[in-house]
Design a protein around this ligand. Structure first.
Ligand code: TPP
Ligand code: SF4
Ligand code: MG
Length: 318
């Protein structure tokens, strides 16, 4: 029988099996692309040997935002649109933690837009996965900002009226963007490579993952799933390289240097073919937590003293 210290040892040192990172049983629909994203993240934790007690998954609200429940790490299932400020607060207080953010297209690009923009600008060291299924899933099929023009939904029964917002071009337009990539749930090998590269980037890595929602927009990505020629695979020694197996299937390949932001912007605006890979990376952008020397927390007494001084300024003496 294992002792308590054996179990502690296992918790802190030998976290190498996938099961060690598996939390609650996912309640997503059958065929939901969120499952592939979860698997990629569990594999990453295992392969990188991340300590669960040093790892935290933060989310907002949505189907995708349930992900922290399914990881056996720390997690924070937050408020709709507020995953970024929660994650930033955690990183500021505990820069030693591995921080991940899981956010939906409604969560990030609608209600959470202001937080998204400023989080990119702050460039704190965290890995962000935007689960972009082009729809509000949890609330049962309302159009989101990334729904393509003409999308029929419960809020747009005659089809949506506006062109979709592009999370990639928006992110690439924000000062201090330091890592921008795109992956798709139906090519798990490439999804994993991109998530791994994102994790190794120091700064905020923003990965948009096109994610299937068979429940509400079953046909959204079907043409691309069934036609590998309609995927544009980006490869570069400073980005990710396609494996020989994927090269045989996905023949529409291009060499793209992730240091080239102008080319990244052009590629980002392509909806067909769908680009997959690292669009932009700039490791020289400073992280906000480094500039502010995060984690150097003041003592409780010092905080209390400062608060008392502030309160005293507003005291009305009888
Ligand atoms: C402040 C607030 N407004 C609205 C909602 C209702 N709501 C919950 S999830 C959601 C949208 C979810 O869509 P998305 O972020 O794309 O996630 P998905 O379910 O597609 O993964 C909305 C509008 C809420 N929970 N809180
Ligand atoms: S409604 Fe869509 S996004 Fe939500 S769990 Fe089902 S398939 Fe996934
Ligand atoms: Mg969504």
């Amino acid at each position: 029988m294992s002792t308590a210290s054996d179990r502690l040892q296992h918790l802190t040192v030998e976290r190498r099996a996938l099961e060690d990172y598996q939390g609650g049983l996912p309640r997503w629909c059958k065929g939901c692309g969120d499952n592939a994203i979860l698997t990629a993240l569990q594999r990453l934790c295992r392969d990188e040997g991340l300590k669960p007690e040093k790892t935290v998954f933060v989310s907002g609200i949505g189907c995708s935002s349930r992900l922290p429940h399914y990881m056996r790490t720390y997690g924070f299932h937050g408020i709709h649109g507020r995953a970024f400020p929660i994650a930033q607060g955690i990183k500021m207080a505990r820069p030693d933690l591995h921080v991940f953010v899981n956010t939906g297209d409604g969560d990030c690009c609608s209600i959470g837009t202001a937080h998204w923009i400023h989080a990119i600008r702050y460039n704190m060291n965290m890995t962000v996965l935007l689960h972009d299924n082009h729809i509000y899933g949890l609330t049962k099929k309302q159009a989101s900002p990334t729904s393509p023009l003409g999308t029929k939904s419960n809020t747009t029964p005659r089809g949506s009226y506006l062109d979709a917002l592009s999370p990639l071009t928006v992110t690439l337009g924000i000062n201090n963007a330091s890592f921008v990539a795109q992956a798709v749930d139906w090519i798990p090998e490439s999804l994993y490579q991109i998530v791994q590269a994102a994790f190794h980037h120091r700064g905020l890595s923003f990965v948009r993952v096109l994610q299937r929602c068979p429940e509400f927009v079953g046909n959204m990505f079907e043409p691309w799933v069934h036609d590998p020629q309609r995927m544009l695979m980006l490869g570069h020694p400073d980005g990710v390289q396609l494996s020989p197996g994927l090269q045989k299937i996905y023949r529409n390949q291009v060499v793209h240097d992730p240091a080239d932001i102008n080319r990244a912007r052009e590629i980002a605006s392509s909806e067909d073919p769908i680009p997959v890979g690292i669009l932009y990376r700039n490791p020289a952008v400073p992280c906000y937590e480094d500039l502010r020397r995060a984690g150097m927390l003041r003592t409780t007494d010092a905080i209390r003293g400062s608060l008392e001084t502030e309160f005293d300024k507003f005291t009305v003496w009888p």
